[in-house]
Design a protein around this ligand. Structure first.
Ligand code: AMP
Ligand code: MG
Length: 302
């Protein structure tokens, strides 16, 4: 099933799970319609169109997602910044037609990237952007938030054992039938058809950000979709980051942010956050794991 430009996979065990799966799919479509900035009339499309003027009324889940995204921006010193929209547009990652933008245009677009200029008001239910030309792009967090919402729908429908996967953003519910742990493959960023290894997890959520997920090549160089908000260029210090965290939103936001922060600062941040573990794959193929990740990662297939 294609949702949010990627594949939605829901595995649910138990009797009579069809209704729960149907409800989860409906929820996925609803959130996609709220958060896709390219969809005319979506809440994020309306917020972007009103940049520089009045804040826009949006649903509570949209305010909540933005407030969470702003907290992650604060936590990561702006490595994650959902106002990256103008820069993403210049690189053409949203449209699928990648190109290296002229430096002058990139500098101008970077002036419009600043999460501190997002205004959210939970009481009024509004979101606004302070300057004309700014635009939100929720590509780094929306899938994780959607996975958490689908997970809640399944749980409330009485499902005890399930895995929700939206484009590599995974959340686990209960345990698989007859086994204590789920096995989650970690792809090799230089050969995504191959697995580097597995995570054996009893719960929580996993997300991977990788330079192999959306990219184009020019002159033998890879230009990919995870951009450093300080420079406007693809972050180059790692090839992929996999994060294990309590919720899919945390895993999604942090995998993008740690990718930008790189294997030194990103690693330190992962170690400092309770319940968060990370696996970095460097461009040369070396793997760097936080201690908690080391204890759940296995190189060999089971
Ligand atoms: P992910 O696959 O979760 O790492 O998210 C990557 C997507 O988020 C990109 O395709 C862009 O739409 C957007 N993005 C890229 N760089 C950033 C950034 N530094 N902060 C927030 N969003 C970003
Ligand atoms: Mg992300």
């Amino acid at each position: 099933m294609l949702v949010m430009d990627t594949i939605l996979r829901v595995v649910a065990y138990g009797r009579d799970v069809e209704a729960a799966l149907e409800a989860a799919l409906t929820e996925a479509r609803r959130l996609e319609a709220l958060w896709d900035r390219h969809r005319q009339g979506s809440e994020i499309w309306r917020v972007n169109r009103s940049a520089g003027s009045e804040p826009v009324s949006v649903s509570p889940e949209t305010v909540a997602l933005l407030q969470a995204a702003l907290q992650f921006a604060e936590l990561t010193g702006g490595a994650l910044d959902v106002t990256i929209g103008p820069v993403v547009d210049l690189w053409g990652f949203g449209s699928g037609e990648g190109r290296i933008p002229p430096g002058q245009l990139l500098r101008e677009a970077l002036h419009l990237v600043d999460y501190r200029k997002v205004r959210t008001d939970a009481e009024r239910g509004t979101v606004g952007l302070a300057e004309e030309g700014m635009s939100l792009d929720l590509g780094a967090v929306a899938k994780g938030a959607a996975v958490d919402a689908l997970w809640s729908v399944l749980k409330e429908a009485g499902v005890r054992s399930a895995l929700v996967d939206l484009g590599g953003n995974i959340r686990l519910l209960g345990s698989p039938p007859g086994r204590p742990e789920w096995l989650i493959g970690v792809q090799d960023p230089r050969d995504p058809s191959r697995l580097l290894g597995y995570l054996r997890l009893a719960g929580g959520a996993v997300a991977t950000s990788g330079d192999y997920q959306r990219y184009f090549m020019v002159g033998g160089r890879r230009y990919h979709h995870i951009l450093d908000p300080r420079t406007g260029w693809p972050a180059a210090e790692v090839a992929s980051v996999t994060v294990w965290a309590p919720t899919a939103l945390q895993a999604d936001a942090l995998s993008t942010a740690l990718f930008v922060l790189g294997p030194e600062r990103g690693y330190e941040m992962a170690c400092s956050l309770p319940g968060v573990e990370a696996l970095f794959v460097l461009p040369g193929g070396q793997v760097k794991l936080t201690p908690g990740m080391q204890s759940v990662f296995r190189v060999n297939p089971p």
